[in-house]
Design a protein around this ligand. Structure first.
Ligand SMILES: *[C@@H]1O[C@H](CO)[C@@H](O)[C@H](O)[C@H]1NC(C)=O
Ligand SMILES: *[C@@H]1O[C@H](CO)[C@@H](O)[C@H](O)[C@H]1NC(C)=O
Length: 396
């Protein structure tokens, strides 16, 4: 009897978990698509809900999306209720996108995950690989204009004609560079004026081109302008030397960069010709260098955007170099000299005052002594008269 029950229960016990989990599965999304709107970086990712998912059955449906470059392990992960997502990608490489369904069958129950739906997207990167540009560098000068410069491809034919295109979210369509920087007739860069600059938003660039051997393979580049700023140099450096060191003051570079966004590096040569450096990462326009210099002292400084305002920056040029020649040493000398001199004056004054006092006191004393003895004689005289008078009186 007991064995019979066990014979019935055991398969049921074994089957139970697998049957429930089989019932509680969810299908992955369908029809995953990756669409390039032609904006040199952003891709639209679309998908559809799994067919098996009926609205009365599901309490809450969400999708987990993960994506990265083909050779990267640093994937982004996003959970959304939407059926689409847009982000910027590096179009020099393929892109891997995965999406899965997340469902809660009962609102208080645990969440079910579907298998992944996966797709790899390869952007159209055709053309002569040897002729594609190298070392693209974009610098935003003092937030006023931007220059992007590149080097020719290693085996670019001599008639290679490069073209630069750009896009950011405030533009309706991709724009062509309209101010190329040229070297011996060849395009080596593009100049962007102030009105095409936008901060804190992806700035996408594509450089391709043509040559007699065929089209040049495109190069894509995405960055944010605020991370490529090179401020102007600080100016009007003032130095004040004292016994303990040198007090420095300067003016922050003029322009649109807010002073609280700047950091500085002070470079100074003290006793030797070796330059020493001091970095001031926070907003300031002065510092004190606690050094004693006996000979020539020189200083210059430069500015960059600090970590509170951007992820990266380019150091400005160095300011003009300012020097103090023998100044602090001379100052020390004069201080000592001045001290000696004033002490001498003080001593002389004191000596003369004491001498005058002494003479005065002596004179007074002599005079007083004299008058005192006179008085005494007088007094003696009066006393004598008195006594005579008294005597006289006694007589009276
Ligand atoms: C480019 O190279 C070809 C072949 O090497 C040569 O015939 C042509 O003159 C060159 N053109 C220029 C502009 O240098
Ligand atoms: C270069 O790229 C731009 C922008 O994607 C595109 O419109 C143009 O047709 C490309 N030119 C060549 C020669 O591939």
């Amino acid at each position: 009897m007991g064995l019979n029950i066990l014979a019935i229960l055991l398969p049921a016990l074994i089957l139970w978990p697998s049957r429930t989990s089989a019932a509680l599965t969810v299908d992955p999304p369908t029809d995953l698509q990756i669409i390039d709107p032609g904006h040199l970086g952003p891709l639209h990712i679309h998908w559809k809900a799994p067919l098996s998912l009926t609205s009365e059955k599901s309490c809450m449906v969400r999708y987990m999306l993960t994506y990265c470059d083909v050779d990267s392990t640093n994937c982004k992960r996003i959970i959304t209720r939407q059926l689409k997502h847009t982000d910027g990608f590096n179009l020099n490489k393929g892109v891997i996108v995965k999406v899965r369904t997340l469902v809660k069958e009962h609102c208080d129950g645990s969440e079910l995950k579907s298998d992944w739906m996966e797709m790899t997207y390869w952007p159209l990167i055709e053309g002569l690989a040897d002729s594609k540009i190298k070392n693209l560098q974009c610098i935003v000068y003092n937030l006023e204009y931007m220059d992007c410069l590149w080097k020719n491809g290693a085996n670019a034919p001599n008639d290679t004609d490069y073209r630069l295109y750009y896009w950011h979210e405030e533009l309706e369509q991709v724009m062509k560079c309209n101010n190329y920087i040229k070297n011996q007739g060849h395009k080596v860069g593009c100049h962007f004026s102030n009105d095409s600059l936008i901060e804190f938003s992806d700035f996408n660039i594509c450089i391709n081109g043509t040559s007699r051997l065929g089209p040049v393979m495109p190069t894509y580049y995405t960055f944010q302008l605020q991370d490529h700023v090179k401020p102007a140099a600080p100016y009007e450096i003032k130095m004040t030397a004292s016994k303990n060191g040198i007090y420095l003051e300067w003016k922050p570079p003029a322009g649109k960069i807010k002073p609280h966004c700047l950091e500085y590096e002070v470079n100074f040569s003290g006793k030797n010709t070796d330059w020493e450096s001091k970095v001031l990462p926070e907003e300031t326009t002065s510092t004190f260098l606690n050094i004693t210099v006996k000979t020539k002292f020189c200083v210059h400084l430069r500015a960059a955007v600090n970590m509170y305002c951007a992820d990266d920056s380019v150091w400005s040029e160095w300011s003009s170099t300012q020097c103090l020649r023998d100044y602090p040493a001379e100052e020390e000398h004069t201080i000592i000299k001045r001290n000696l001199f004033s002490e001498l004056i003080l001593l002389t004054a004191l000596a003369s005052i004491s001498l005058t006092l002494l003479v005065g006191v002596l004179a007074c004393w002599v005079r007083w002594k004299r008058s005192f003895s006179k008085k005494k004689v007088n007094m003696l005289l009066t006393e004598e008269t008195k006594s005579i008078n008294e005597r006289n009186c006694l007589n009276c």
